[in-house]
Design a protein around this ligand. Structure first.
Ligand SMILES: [Zn+2]
Ligand SMILES: [Zn+2]
Ligand SMILES: [Zn+2]
Length: 140
């Protein structure tokens, strides 16, 4: 998301493109992995809005589907820019790095839920926990 796109995205959802909001979106766009409100707040640097404001804005973005919230095993809610392909995450429990896993092959399970349980699956979330390549090569 370029700054221009962030602006257009915000105005499309009737959110005023303040410097704080643009900063949050730019940070999420340039980060390769989902960030918590605290991490976004930390990353914003000088002149940043306070943590409560960052959190409130992230929730507004989530409500407008500009960002997607992802909940992880540690209970933390992290956010990533919405759009793009549906995907899952690889979470390294050693260094905390979170990577996107490109493809999703869950659909057969959703079909089984419908056929065997009459259950209409609307969405699912699945995160993998383990050790990233870096950490398995050089154990701490
Ligand atoms: Zn790691
Ligand atoms: Zn992701
Ligand atoms: Zn999936």
């Amino acid at each position: 998301v370029t700054p221009f796109e962030s602006r257009a995205l915000l105005s499309r959802h009737r959110l005023r493109p303040t410097a704080g909001r643009l900063g949050i979106l730019d940070l999420l766009a340039s980060s390769g992995s989902p960030l918590s409100a605290a991490e976004v707040h930390e990353g914003l640097g000088d002149g940043r809005p306070d943590l409560a404001t960052v959190y409130r804005n992230l929730e507004r973005f989530a409500a407008a589907s500009i960002v997607r919230p992802v909940r992880f095993e540690d209970g933390a809610r992290r956010y990533e820019i919405a759009g793009g392909d549906h995907h899952h995450h690889l979470v390294c429990t050693t260094c905390g790095e979170i990577e996107d896993l490109a493809s999703c092959r869950i659909e057969p399970f959703a079909e089984a839920a419908l056929h065997r349980h009459g259950f209409q699956v609307a969405s699912h979330s699945l995160e993998f926990y383990g050790t990233c390549r870096k950490c398995s090569i050089s154990p701490h």
